[in-house]
Ligand binder design. Structure first.
Ligand code: ADP
Ligand code: MG
Length: 698
């Protein structure tokens, strides 16, 4: 048996079980060994029931003395209660709500290991565990009993019907027959970090040696676990580093930045850039001068001033005789960008064109001619920009805003309109730098971590819907002081039409009944491009005081005089979205407010609202978002390039990621020998590529 052996060769794994494992991506011995315990229990010298103290998390081994199902008429809804006893003759009661299914599982006489929080039920006087995890120790003859008790025991997440106990048996069988493994990890790293060799690390992770520290194990920091986590990150980061060094061999445009370009850039700036803006434009400029295509991510919180940095990059490209494409996810944002770029660039004599889906085909044709003739230096647009017949005269820089809304493919479509143009992608969902550098693989990362001066932090309040009248009157006071406000209604995912109806209804209610004397406007996704533009302009000019809207304004609106953002049914929005919406205010000198109005909340919604009330820091908020939703959902599909890690966890193991990353970058840049590097590249190509779906390496 070796690592590549299919799991059906393991005793006890027939076709049915193999299929269940396969569905989880576990096909070979190596795959299964990578399925590590998520928790460990010390069953070597355990307490008896009599020794348990209320409040502690504990494992006990006991037998079922009686069990009953009570409560509701429908069995599935009932409460299942089992009484357990052991040699100490004390009693522990296990309780499971909706536990009807257990009636056929936990019969009297069975010996089980129970794990959970011990509580004291003052009503009955019993020691209890609510919904304890349990493992039946008698009743089947799989494996050796000493595997499951009398030691530190690994606990696995069950794979469908394959229980933790069965998995333990399979792991044990595999490890018994598996020969010694090659260790692909470079020798100098093993020595420097005192890492156990690969075989030992795998063995000790599944079956920790007797003297193991349980707390370290459960924190995933035993030497064996550390090695596996480090290793996984190390190969991942080597792959990323190799990919990048390969990108550096592609020939692109080497923009020239001489004194006159520098002066033009400077003259264009409408304000003094912040230190962070200066730093990132230098990073971008340095990339642009390189004779290789730039692939850079510019991240910064909403309102941190990414657009002007993009405009600076644009000027560099234009001064070198190239065109610039700016891709935005919504019409409003595209229009906003076009407006901004026009304002800044027309004094320099540059033409900015706007191309969105809502133009007539005649208008589009005229614009396309302008672009292909090179008469427009900057072309801002939505998806319409990606259409085949949009041709550039000489595309040199592609800027993609809110990149998480576009896939890798769309990025490629835009880039292919030029000959290896530089690429700058921007995002307002910033994540910690190391994480970004890992997750966005082929992108270098620049971060704006400073807000423009004079901004007051937005005050965020939570109100329940029954206090809506107070919300409306505080909004009125702000407007009386000359400010403007947004009132936003949730988009129901499936239907922008429904959202429009909700907003329309509210618009009528607010404009007729609540604010008959104020100028109330309405914005939603079903308006034509011209209508949207018109509403936007009227709001900008202050002719609309209160703008009722769907989430189409989430990105793009930049009206410094707007100081109140009311979000209704805020419980229906995600964290990132609420933070973006809030970012529409707080753009001027006045104190701004965000009021989150909720109707029905569950725990997750409550957590989101609390996070926003407590913090205005986008980095912090996206970290919480990441925690609440998990990396998979946070980053979206495979398209986003998120590697599926097995042992390592990017949140829990962030510090190890940082160490591994440093070592990987160093290793690729200065391998101890050519042979070391060659071996590493071969190893990554054979193993890593399949597991992480990396397209090209080395
Ligand atoms: P975002 O990063 O969310 O795209 P924007 O680029 O829209 O942010 O900038 C937000 C607002 O701040 C804009 O009105 C912009 O003109 C202004 N701004 C950006 N940088 C500065 C600065 N250094 N000083 C003053 N105002 C700035
Ligand atoms: Mg922006």
């Amino acid at each position: 048996m070796d690592l590549a052996t299919p799991l059906t060769y393991v005793k006890g794994i027939g076709p049915a079980r193999a299929a269940l494992l396969e569905a989880k991506g576990l096909a070979t011995v190596e795959d299964l060994l990578g399925y590590v315990p998520f928790r460990y229990e010390d069953r070597s010298n355990m307490k008896t029931i009599a020794q348990l103290a209320p409040g502690e998390m504990a494992t006990v081994i006991a037998s079922v003395s009686s069990a009953k199902l009570s409560g509701f008429r429908r069995r599935n809804l009932g409460m299942f209660e089992a009484r357990f006893s052991d040699a100490s003759r004390a009693v522990l009661v296990g309780k499971w709500f909706h536990g009807g299914y257990l009636a056929n599982v936990l019969g009297a006489g069975l010996k089980v290991a129970l794990f959970g929080k011990v509580e004291f039920d003052t009503y009955s006087g019993d020691l209890t565990m609510l919904h304890p995890e349990f493992e039946i120790l008698s009743g089947d003859d799989e494996g050796d009993a000493t595997l499951h008790v009398g030691r530190v025991v690994p606990i696995y997440e069950a794979v469908s019907k394959i229980t933790t106990r069965l998995l333990r048996v399979f792991m044990h069988r595999i490890l018994e027959t598996l020969g010694p493994l090659d260790d692909p990890l470079p020798e100098h790293l093993r020595a420097r970090f005192k890492l156990p060799d690969r075989s030992t690390a795998i063995r000790d992770t599944h079956f920790p040696p007797p003297d193991s520290d349980l707390r370290l194990l459960n924190a995933f920091r035993s030497p064996a676990q550390f090695r596996l986590i480090f290793e996984e990150f190390f190969w991942l980061e080597c792959g990323v580093a190799l990919k990048r060094s390969k990108a550096r061999t592609v020939t692109g445009i080497a923009f020239e930045i001489d004194e006159s370009v520098r002066q033009r850039v400077k003259r264009m700036l409408p304000f003094k850039p912040t230190g962070a803006q200066k730093r990132v434009i230098q990073e971008i400029a340095a990339d642009m001068r390189q004779p290789h295509p730039m692939n850079r991510l510019l991240q910064g919180d909403v309102g941190s001033g990414k657009t002007i940095v993009a405009a600076e990059a644009a000027v560099i490209a234009i001064e070198n005789g190239y065109q610039v494409a700016v891709l935005a996810p919504t019409e409003i944002l595209a229009a906003q960008h076009a407006f901004y770029f026009r304002q800044i660039l027309s004094p320099l004599g540059y033409v900015t064109a706007l191309l969105t889906g809502s133009f007539t085909s005649r208008e589009k044709d005229k614009l396309k001619q302008l672009v292909s003739a090179g008469l427009a230096q900057v072309v801002v647009g939505t998806h319409a920009l990606l259409e085949k017949d949009v041709e550039f005269h000489r595309l040199g820089l592609a800027i993609i805003d809110e990149q998480h809304r576009f896939g890798v493919l769309q990025r490629l479509q835009l880039v292919q309109k030029g000959a290896q143009p530089d690429v700058l992608v921007m995002t307002a969902t910033p994540i910690p730098r190391t994480l970004a550098m890992t997750l966005y693989g082929d992108l270098d990362v620049s971060t704006i971590d400073e807000m423009p001066p004079g901004r007051k932090p937005i005050i965020t309040k939570h109100a329940t819907a029954d206090h809506i009248e107070q919300v409306y009157s505080s909004l009125k006071r702000q407007v009386a002081e000359g400010r403007q406000a947004y009132v936003v209604y949730p988009v129901i995912e499936e239907s922008e039409t429904q959202a429009m109806k909700a907003a329309l209804k509210m618009y009528e209610h607010l404009s007729r009944e609540v604010y008959p004397d104020l100028a109330v406007g309405l914005m939603h996704g079903r308006l034509s491009g011209d209508e949207k533009e018109d509403v936007m302009q009227r709001f900008k000019q202050g002719r609309i005081q209160i703008l009722v809207s769907t989430t189409v304004i989430e990105v793009g609106m930049d009206v410094p005089n707007a100081s109140v953002m009311v979000v209704e049914q805020a419980e229906r929005f995600g964290l990132a979205q609420l933070h973006q919406l809030r970012g529409r205010v707080g753009r001027g000198a006045a104190q701004s407010y965000c009021i989150l109005v909720t109707e029905k909340m569950n725990d997750a919604a409550r957590e989101r609202i609390r996070t926003l009330v407590d913090s205005t820091d986008g980095f912090h908020i996206s970290e919480i978002d990441l925690k609440l939703r998990g990396p998979g959902e946070f980053f979206g599909t495979k398209q986003s390039g998120l590697p599926s890690l097995r042992v390592a966890n990017i949140l829990r193991d962030a510090e190890i990621l940082e160490i591994a990353r440093r070592e990987a970058v160093d290793f690729v840049a200065r391998p101890p020998s050519e042979e070391d590097l060659r071996r590493a590249v071969a190893y990554i190509r054979d193993h890593w590529q399949r597991r992480y779906g990396l397209v090209t390496v080395g």
